[in-house]
Design a protein around this ligand. Structure first.
Ligand code: F6R
Length: 605
């Protein structure tokens, strides 16, 4: 979702801002814009891609200070006028903003009554007019921003540039902003990703902070009062985030799974003791033993990984565990037990629903641990402790390698807590051994010449696709359905296989594609019965099963996965589903990496 990049220093701002916008592209957006300080503030903005913005820019804009934005529409349609930056009426102040101003309609009416003419339908524009009015009343730039923020209700990460000031003023409340410290130059971004090539030294703004940023430093302030900031060194190496030889980021990221899993488990398993060690959790064996239950919270793919995780924790540690949809969590008035363990699961670490649930749990005196990919992200920092999944940058909107690594990290936790309770050492050892085989097993699935085109033919023109699985494979069915739906735009339904006969079976007719995940586990035989029920209604079965298991006769198109432990099978069975979604989307000529209406980082509730 919306991204911000800002620069102030001695270099030409425009190329730095455009490169930064490209780095933020993965978050999802529908328009972009840039403001550079020249003799006056020069603004260029347009709907479409960054390349569309570049095509309307002059060859050069001299200016060493600027702000830029990618917008994902919330208030107001996708139009050039609604794109950011927005200007004050006298064009002396420019703003870019992420977040939502909840009381913008009321403020807008007041401002219109004062004669302000709006140029856009956005909630953001009220902020720049409020700041401008405050300046006209004689307040200095910092206080004019502060006074505007005091009127607002909602969330913001924003940058303001003044025509008569060689400083950028930024503020954060609910939408992240990070400031990169260079040599006589400073960078501002909505996430640390674009900053890596410029500096490792960053300052994360906290909710309620305002920062005044100039070439040679920054001062931080509060909406009320003042503050000192803490400089952090980013240690995580995000590695290469370019496409390389791959046609799409999604395919690249699917292929990166073996190495990502290696990164996630390396140094965290102890074969001799048959256990795992997750130091970042900051939990003693004693605390683990006393946990009454575990709650895992996430959205979308992260939710499905949490659903696998909760099964693994119950299976290996016999601790009651629950997975919750983050956007439903606090609204459902849950009972929070401070002794319980809570996990927030998120790739980006910025998902607003998940962050809100974390804060709610903390307000109710319980701790939350993160299971997060992006180091230093808002949820990671809000939790303080947790497990980084170490997938590396995930740029395709459809999440792939983050799912496998979330499941890997949650299995590591299930093993650690299991061993701190009653899981026998031998069982722990065989899980560790199985985990260590996962990188080569995932590699063999990715490199196999499986019949993807046959699956595509069965699916591509279908009215809908049904995904079925039992036990550990039920969340995998949901994840497979989500992948196909979001990138191929085919309606998909995922059901626990046994539940299918209680309703969805009515959808089946001659040729209806049904994707069934049936690894060789204790659920397999019952799943085969469900396959028969589908076949009797003319369904075409796309079957994921374990190598060497002679159930291929039940499928019309079959994909195999190597044998593994039950709780790890989702990390293997999900891969054919990711590839089926990918190839189907390709066949239908969809925008695989940037599906319509979706954003990588969903920073609104
Ligand atoms: C699906 C997908 C989304 C995300 C969801 C949560 O492919 O990417 O469903 O999984 O928006 O995002 P994070 O994990 O960043 O909290």
């Amino acid at each position: 979702m919306c991204g911000i990049i800002g620069y102030i220093g001695n270099r030409n701002a425009m190329p730095i801002l455009i490169k930064g916008l490209n780095r933020l592209e993965y978050r999802g957006y529908d328009s972009s814009g840039i403001a550079v300080m020249n003799d006056s503030i020069q603004v260029h903005k347009t709907i479409g891609k960054i390349q569309d913005l570049e095509s309307i820019l002059p060859d050069q804009i001299d200016g060493t200070m600027g702000i830029a934005h990618t917008r994902w529409a919330t208030h107001g349609g996708v139009t050039d006028n609604n794109a950011h930056p927005h200007l004050s009426m006298d064009k002396d102040i420019a703003i870019v903003h992420n977040g939502i101003i909840e009381n913008s309609s009321a403020i807008r009416k007041i401002l219109e009554n004062k004669g302000i003419i709006f140029n856009s339908e956005t909630d953001t524009e009220v902020i720049v007019h409020l700041i401008s009015l405050a300046r006209k009343e004689g307040l200095d730039p910092l206080d004019s921003v502060r006074s505007a923020l005091q009127v607002l209700r909602g969330t913001w990460g924003l940058c303001v540039m003044f025509h008569d000031l060689n400083q950028i003023i930024c503020a954060r409340n609910g939408s992240p902003l990070v400031i990169g410290l260079g040599e006589s130059e400073m960078f501002i971004s909505s996430d640390p990703h674009p900053l890596g090539e410029h500096t490792q030294k960053v300052v994360y703004l906290e909710d309620g902070d305002i920062a005044v940023v100039s070439n040679d430093g920054l001062s931080t302030h509060r909406i009320e009062g003042s503050t000192d900031h803490k400089v952090v060194t980013i240690e995580e190496q995000w590695g290469e985030s370019e496409l390389g030889d791959y046609p799409h980021f999604m395919l690249k990221e699917i292929h990166e799974q073996p190495e990502a899993i290696r990164q996630c488990i390396s140094g965290r398993t102890l074969l001799s003791e048959g256990t795992a060690r997750l130091g970042g959790l900051n939990m003693s064996k004693r605390t683990m033993k006393a946990i009454p239950h575990v709650r895992l919270i996430g959205c979308g793919t992260a939710l499905y990984a949490a659903q696998v995780g909760r099964l693994a924790i119950e299976h290996l540690a016999r601790v009651p565990s629950f997975a919750h949809v983050a956007s439903e969590f606090r609204q459902n008035d849950p009972v929070i037990d401070p002794k319980a363990l809570h996990f927030a699961v998120s790739q980006s670490g910025e998902t607003a629903d998940t962050l809100a649930a974390v804060k709610y749990i903390q307000e109710n005196d319980a701790k939350v641990r993160g299971v997060i990919n992006v180091v230093g992200s808002s949820i990671a920092r809000q939790c303080g402790h947790g497990v980084y999944i170490h997938s590396g940058p995930e740029q395709a909107v459809a999440s792939t390698k983050a799912f496998t690594n979330m499941v890997a990290a949650l299995n590591l936790f299930a093993l650690q807590i299991g061993r701190s309770r009653n899981l026998p050492r031998a069982a722990g050892r065989s899980l560790v051994k199985a985990m260590r085989e996962l990188p080569s097993q995932t590699e063999s699935i990715i490199n196999s010449s499986a019949p993807y085109m046959d699956a595509v033919q069965a699916i591509k023109d279908a009215k809908s696709v049904l995904f079925l699985g039992r036990g550990f494979s039920a969340p995998v069915a949901r994840e497979g359905a989500l992948k196909l739906m979001e990138i191929a735009y085919i309606p998909c339904l995922a059901y626990p296989a046994g539940e299918m006969k209680h309703g969805p079976i009515a959808l089946l007719e001659e040729g209806s594609p049904v994707v069934v995940i049936a690894p060789d586990d204790i659920q397999r035989d019952k799943t085969i019965s469900n396959i028969q029920e589908c076949k009797a209604r003319g369904a075409k079965i796309i079957l994921i099963h374990t190598e060497g298991d002679n159930i291929a006769e039940h499928g019309d198109v079959c994909f195999t996965i190597p044998p593994t432990e039950e709780s790890l099978s989702p990390m293997l069975s999900v891969i054919p589903l990711q590839l089926i979604a990918y190839y189907t989307a390709l066949e239908l000529d969809r925008n695989v990496d940037r599906p319509r209406n979706l954003a990588k980082s969903v920073t609104v509730e």
